[in-house]
Design a protein around this ligand. Sequence first.
Ligand code: HEC
Ligand code: HEC
Length: 206
Amino acid sequence: MIKVVGLSVSLLMATIGSSAFAQANSEYYNDHYCTTCHGVDGIGNEEVSAPRLAGMEVWYLQRQLESFRAGIRGTHKMDLQGIEMRAMAEDLSDASIKDIVAWVGTWEFKPAPITFAGDAEAGKALYTACASCHGAQAQGNEAMGAPALAGQNDWYLATQLHNFKKAYRGRQPGDRFGSQMIVMASMLVDDTAIENIVSYINTLGR
Ligand code: HEC
Ligand code: HEC
């Protein structure tokens, strides 16, 4: 297995190419397969735009891997990060997904570092529209299919809100969960609203 610790991901990708990486690992992964991008302890890595996985709900983790594999997510040509992740998932078998979920799902919840300093009070008012699905503490709600947002990397939440707003994510046929977010994200009128709501989410569940 390629030794990736201490090696920058872009260098790694330049050396072997991301699809070769996926292929070489389609039925085989080790401790570095996910953390190469998703950060030490799965806490997220802004440099490569890969979010925190540590503490992610297993049902959501599994659904996202299946959505990437099925091309329900990570298909729009402007969704560059999604496309990158899809390459990681597209060759996974059901058994591999099960194994990965059983493994990654045990990683202890660790809230991601805060990098945003928007107006959390203004964000709080906006968040009232989100609580019915994501929970008052942004703890997530499996029955609604809505993941926890608390503790997730703020830059990643903002990217996803932009992606839903522009329909880079959620418009693919079959994406019945993502499509719900397109309407919700369109209520956030500009970058400031997105920054404020994410700054409020940063105050929850820590
Ligand atoms: C080459 C880098 C790379 C590797 C390796 C990688 N990922 Fe990702 N992953 C990403 C990026 C970038 C995103 C963000 C996609 C986006 O912005 O939509 C992502 C997104 C995800 C998401 C969606 C998170 C969410 O909150 O919706 C999950 C789940 C995920 N990855 C799981 C994994 C797992 C499990 C592994 C190991 C089997 C893995 N990834 C390996 C780059 C990678
Ligand atoms: C009608 C229910 C519903 C409401 C209301 C809602 N969401 Fe969501 N949200 C979802 C679902 C379902 C998903 C999962 C989409 C998927 O599986 O791809 C999601 C996903 C997200 C994601 C992506 C998370 C990730 O890890 O990739 C973000 C960010 C988000 N919602 C923020 C918000 C914000 C902010 C609001 C309020 C403005 C909001 N949501 C309102 C149902 C909802």
